[in-house]
Write a protein that binds this ligand. Structure first.
Ligand code: CLF
Ligand code: SF4
Length: 288
């Protein structure tokens, strides 16, 4: 790993458990999504990186900068700024890019992090490198299009909407291409995998092995939080013990994350010590 990436990883609470006293801030500047997951209801946040049932405010890049200034002043332990929805960070790339540029101009020492479904990675991989983003999360729930077809209802690419295995094949191809390209150039890539019982549970190890081959630094197997009105709302759930067994099994292949908080897209604070309400737009307006 490149030296500065190793130093930054030590200050990133998602990538390093020992960084638990460092805080991250999500700037919710990405409302649009370009795929349709069967576990997602867009009334809520992107389940890639969020807890459903909590609707986030959406900020413009300028508002994100203003919020960043407030958070940074009150939270000296802030080390990471991330874009994790509420839609997809790359489906809103102009806003994502501008927000990062604005914040970076003031605080070049921040670690910048993106979370994405990966569909647009090949389009934006050069921009991601140039922007100085050091950490990336791609949600890859399947590496077999037959399984992917059960998870993704639609994949919208260049004005065409694909479904079934066709959509899943395109998505997977672009996820793996982006992962490989960016990992090879020093971006620290984590792959999030949603554990979907009866859909991909017997496939998890294969996902981990394939993403490892394409350069992933670690994987984060997360439990499904069922959302009403979605196709997967009644999927059986896993308890913590079962989840950790899956993670342990996969740890033979690759580093695993055990401390994910499935954050909101406007989360602020150290992992497990969320302070997002304190910095919500409404709260700030009330004080003004
Ligand atoms: Fe945010 Fe995600 Fe970056 Fe972390 S969250 S974009 S990598 S800065 Fe972290 Fe939250 Fe788990 Fe995500 S605990 S949901 S893994
Ligand atoms: Fe929802 Fe995220 Fe899937 Fe888009 S990528 S459909 S926002 S869970």
């Amino acid at each position: 790993m490149f030296l500065d990436r190793a130093v930054k990883t030590k200050k990133h609470p998602c990538f390093s458990k020992s960084a638990h006293n460092y805080a991250r801030m999500h700037i919710p500047v990405a409302p649009v999504c370009n795929i349709s997951c069967n576990y997602c209801n867009r009334k809520y946040d992107c389940v890639n990186e969020s807890r459903p049932g909590v609707t986030s405010e959406v900020l413009s890049p300028e508002e994100a900068l203003a919020k960043f200034r407030i958070v940074k002043e009150k939270m000296p332990e802030l080390s990471v700024v991330g874009v994790a929805g509420p839609g997809d960070s790359l489906a809103n790339f102009p806003e994502t890019k501008k927000s990062i540029q604005l914040i970076q101009a003031e605080s070049p020492d921040m670690v910048f992090c993106l979370s994405t479904n990966g569909l647009m990675l090949p389009e934006y991989q050069e921009d991601i490198l140039q922007l100085g983003i050091s950490h990336l999360t791609i949600t890859i729930n399947a590496v077999n299009p037959r399984i992917g077809a059960k998870i993704y209802a639609q994949v919208n690419y260049q004005g065409v909407s694909l479904s079934g295995e066709e959509g899943a094949t395109l998505l997977l191809d672009r996820q793996l291409k982006g992962l490989e390209y960016l990992s090879a150039r020093g971006i620290v890539c984590k792959v999030n995998i949603l554990l979907l019982k009866g859909i991909n549970d017997s496939h998890l190890e294969e996902v981990v092995q394939v993403v490892k081959k394409h350069g992933a630094y670690m994987t984060n197997i997360m439990p499904l939080i069922p959302v009403k009105g979605t196709r997967f709302e009644d999927l059986p759930l896993s308890d913590g013990k079962e989840l950790n067994n899956f993670r342990r099994k996969c740890s033979v292949h690759l580093k695993q994350m055990y401390h994910c908080q499935q954050c909101r897209s406007d989360a602020v604070g150290c992992l497990g010590r969320d302070r997002s309400l304190e910095f919500s737009d409404n709260y700030i307006k009330e004080r003004e």
